[in-house]
Design a protein around this ligand. Structure first.
Ligand SMILES: [Zn+2]
Ligand SMILES: [Zn+2]
Length: 104
């Protein structure tokens, strides 16, 4: 993330500005937090800030793919409503093997 920002700016920013930028990206759905890897990923899609996302995480090569589907939004909204739970994050992390690794 720091390297990505450095490339964008042409200079390495101070850590505090990185965290501010990160907070902005997270708040606007432009980046996501991967809890299981304690890492941040820049969003690969255009989608609404609050839209649920699924991360498909390959345990072999470490590839992370982001996916969204309207059906998931509906199901998770229903699920949270019936539990009377106000969701702050709606990120699903699925571990396994990517097509490359599973095929080998
Ligand atoms: Zn995203
Ligand atoms: Zn893989």
């Amino acid at each position: 993330m720091i390297d990505l920002m450095a490339v964008a700016d042409g200079k390495r920013p101070a850590p505090v500005s990185v965290y501010r930028a990160l907070a902005f990206l997270l708040d606007n759905g432009l980046a996501h937090r991967l809890e299981s890897k304690n890492a941040f990923v820049v969003c690969g899609h255009a989608h609404a800030a609050g839209e649920p996302v699924v991360f498909l995480i390959c345990e072999q090569c470490g590839e992370v793919k982001e996916a969204t589907t309207p059906g998931l939004t509906r199901e998770l909204t229903t699920l949270c409503a019936s539990a009377e739970f106000r969701a702050r994050t709606r990120v699903v992390e699925i571990a396994g093997r990517c097509a490359n690794c599973a095929g080998g």
